[in-house]
Design a protein around this ligand. Structure first.
Ligand code: PHB
Length: 392
């Protein structure tokens, strides 16, 4: 088999890239280890920056998102039992965010890609990426029915997430350096059949730990609370979950709405950046190159920004045989990645109560929370970073 761009992974990065390449007349094949059903059912994040919404719209995947997504003009930051609003729209030049679940984004992109003649091999496992420093790299993979196959490409896009084979293909130490931080906390996330408790997302600072009130639809709430990252879902009965959420979130006239919990999970909090994001003809994008703690709602948006840069660079290569943009991929993409890393770290340290935190840390956090909710300059910094820079 042969194609122009071999894409490993049918997550947001791989699917967006494939469609953007298609619109530039460039052929690609996506190889994905999971089944379509599994991808479309996995619950992940849900906040889209304006730039991500614009990109979805531009490539023809914006219709359902426009109809069913929820535009939020502000967020609430809650501490000492009171909400303080950050007016995103006013502080960030009219830019806003849209709440639309990641797996809905994936459903829309898979459907569009298949309708426009895209090739996605589901349940096919890439074993290795060979010859990336030559002119025709190869993906060695096993198909759904167990056959060993090879895909020869001009370029490989590694969009296979944190645990995929692509990042490991970039030799550690001699070429690749990973910058990382692991936080002593996880997020316990639930989906509950209940109408939204609030019109806007509430980021909660509490002495018992962080909590987040988000939403999915008029009848489903998405709620999170900080937990021990080694804790087990089985340790948390529904009653215990609601008691913990109420202790952190309810009070002073506000009460969280309860409903049947139908999904529970624990996610770790970590920051990773892999540099460089390119090795030979292999280009890493999205979680394959970096991950952020979810507090800044940046993961999916950084993936979209990476492939926006990559699609343009590959477009320039095929249209005019120019390699300047491809060579600049790492430095161009990393500027936004490190800004996103900083913001995700910033929101995490501002709002979480880590086990080793002192009373001084708590007082310092409260002073900073007062600053960001009373100083227009400080609130603007949060608003601008939360809504994200436009994709240039
Ligand atoms: C979500 O709705 O899943 C969500 C929202 C905001 C975040 C993280 C996750 O910062």
């Amino acid at each position: 088999m042969r194609t122009q761009v071999g894409i490993v992974g049918a997550g947001p990065a791989g699917l967006l890239l494939s469609q953007m390449l298609h619109l530039r007349g460039i052929e690609s094949v996506i190889i994905e280890s999971r089944s379509r059903e599994a991808i479309e059912a996995t619950i992940r994040a849900g906040v889209l920056e304006q730039g991500t919404v614009d990109l979805m719209t531009e490539i023809g995947a914006g219709d359902r998102l426009k109809r069913e997504g929820f535009v939020h003009h502000g967020i609430e930051i809650r501490y000492q039992n009171r909400n303080h609003r950050i007016n995103l729209q006013e502080l960030a030049n009219g830019r806003v965010i849209t709440v639309y679940a990641q797996h809905e984004v994936l459903k829309d992109l898979i459907k569009l890609r298949l309708e426009t003649g895209g090739q996605i091999l589901f349940e096919a496992k890439v074993e290795a990426v060979d010859e990336v420093t030559g002119t025709s790299p190869k993906l060695r993979f096993t198909t759904k029915d167990g056959k060993a196959q090879k895909l020869t490409c001009d370029f490989v896009a590694g969009c296979d997430g944190s645990y995929g084979v692509c990042r490991k293909t970039v030799p550690e130490d001699t070429v690749r350096k990973d910058y990382f931080r692991v936080y002593p906390a996880g997020w316990f996330g639930i989906l509950a059949k209940a109408p939204p408790s609030s019109d806007e997302l509430i980021y909660v600072h509490h002495e018992r730990g962080f909590a987040l009130v988000s939403t999915r639809s008029p009848s489903v709430q998405r709620l999170y609370f900080q937990c021990d990252p080694t804790d087990k879902v089985e340790n948390w009965s529904d009653d215990r979950i609601w008691a913990e959420l109420h202790a952190r979130v309810s009070g002073d006239g506000f009460r969280l709405k309860e409903g049947e919990i139908f999904q529970k999970g624990i996610i770790p909090l970590r920051s990773i950046v892999c540099e460089p994001m390119q090795h030979g003809r292999l280009f890493l994008a999205g979680d394959a190159a970096h991950s952020v703690p979810p507090t800044g709602a940046k993961g999916l948006n950084l993936a979209a920004a990476d492939v926006h840069v990559l699609a343009r660079a590959l477009g320039a290569h095929y249209a005019s045989n120019s390699s300047d943009l491809l060579e600049a991929y790492t430095s161009t993409a990393l500027r936004r990645v490190w800004r996103g890393q900083w913001f995700s770290w910033y929101m995490t340290q501002l709002l979480h109560r880590f086990p080793d935190a002192s009373d001084f840390d708590l007082k310092r956090q409260l002073a900073e929370l007062q600053l960001v909710t009373s100083s227009r300059a400080a609130a603007t910094t949060i608003a601008e970073n939360y809504v994200g820079m436009p994709l240039s």
